[in-house]
Ligand binder design. Structure first.
Ligand code: PEP
Ligand code: MG
Length: 324
């Protein structure tokens, strides 16, 4: 039963000099929740909602989704639980989302674009989340692949419309979820200060941010050596997002693979990011690393890196192979 997932209250991770860092889990399936709890995740920072339904031949109904999300919230009723809305397309191929005919699916009709076009599908998901979140302390709804304020506002207004509809129907729901976004497109970077006025939280999807900033298909082995999360442009982008979030009081997390890279964690903390969301298997190592870190030193380390403009200088400073 879902209730058996509920473990003891998780603890924060503290740096050597007493800085608090929140470590959340990335989850694709409900079956991963017990591991997240055992590994002392403080909550769920990214639930990839397309995964339970990948092998379906049709979209799950609102009720089917409700049942899955309900178990997720019930497993962690007192913690942050972040459900990302459908992120179909690109490397996440859903058999019922047809991307045939797109010569460039990573730039195609995917993710939030798909949801906004297929409002019925999107509304069913939002209603299921709102209903399932009822009674949860900190539910969060996160939109993937946001490229403009307009898109964020449109998606958020659909959430409000769903609340109005549920209210009218007399169905109980959570009326105040946090509504935030993935920061994973270069277009979002230039507007990040404006987004910070509107979004309740940011989660940086470095897997896609790197892909789109560097124009490197994340699944193409022929260009894998160009996929360098430590590229100076990426590092400066992360610093800017961290700064914008702090200035506006918006929680900024990193939920891409970068969040568990030992060579990059000092930089992330050094630019003021205090929440990391990672696959639970990496949790013990990341906890250990943070416990031995000094945040003042991390800030100095980040300042050094932000002054560098070549991949080679960053790579040698943080001790990764230059690759290219
Ligand atoms: C990312 O893009 O970094 C991310 C966490 O999302 P996904 O890997 O699911 O695209
Ligand atoms: Mg992504």
């Amino acid at each position: 039963a879902a209730e058996s997932f509920t473990g003891t209250m998780s603890e924060s991770t503290w740096s050597r000099d007493g800085g608090r860092v929140r470590l959340f889990a990335n989850i694709n399936l409900l079956s991963e929740v017990p591991l997240a709890i055992r590994s002392r995740a403080e909550g769920i920072g990214l639930y990839r909602s397309e995964f339970p339904f990948l092998i379906r031949s049709a979209f799950p109904t609102e009720t089917e989704q409700y049942q899955v999300y309900r178990r997720l919230f019930a497993a962690m009723p007192d913690r942050v639980v972040t459900i990302r809305t459908l992120d179909a397309g690109g490397e996440k191929v859903l058999s019922h989302v047809d991307s045939a005919g797109e010569s460039n699916p990573e730039l195609g009709l995917r993710s939030i674009r798909f949801s906004l076009l297929h409002r019925d599908v999107f509304e069913a998901q939002i209603r299921a989340i709102l209903r399932a979140a009822e009674g949860s302390v900190c539910p969060r709804i996160m939109f993937p692949m946001i490229s403009s304020l307009d898109e964020f506002r449109e998606a958020r207004s659909i959430v409000y419309d769903c609340m109005t509809a549920l209210e009218k129907e007399g169905i109980s729901y959570h009326s105040a979820p946090q509504i935030g976004m993935m920061v994973e497109l270069p277009a979002a970077l230039e507007l990040i200060e404006d987004f910070a006025e509107e979004a309740d939280f940011f989660s940086i999807g470095t897997n896609d941010l790197v892909q789109y900033m560097l124009a490197v298909d994340r699944s193409n082995p022929r260009v894998a050596h160009y996929y360098q999360p430590w590229h100076p442009s990426v590092l400066r982008a992360l610093a800017r997002i961290g700064k914008a979030g702090r200035a506006a009081g918006v929680d900024v997390s990193v939920c891409g693979e970068m969040a568990h890279e030992p060579a990059l964690i000092p930089f992330l903390l050094g630019v003021g990011i205090r929440t990391l969301s990672l696959d639970p298997q990496f949790m013990p190592a990341v906890q250990q690393q943070i416990q031995t870190m000094d945040l003042r030193e991390a800030e100095e380390h980040a300042r050094e890196l932000l002054g560098m403009s070549s991949i080679a200088s960053v790579a040698s400073y943080i001790g990764v192979e230059k690759r290219a």
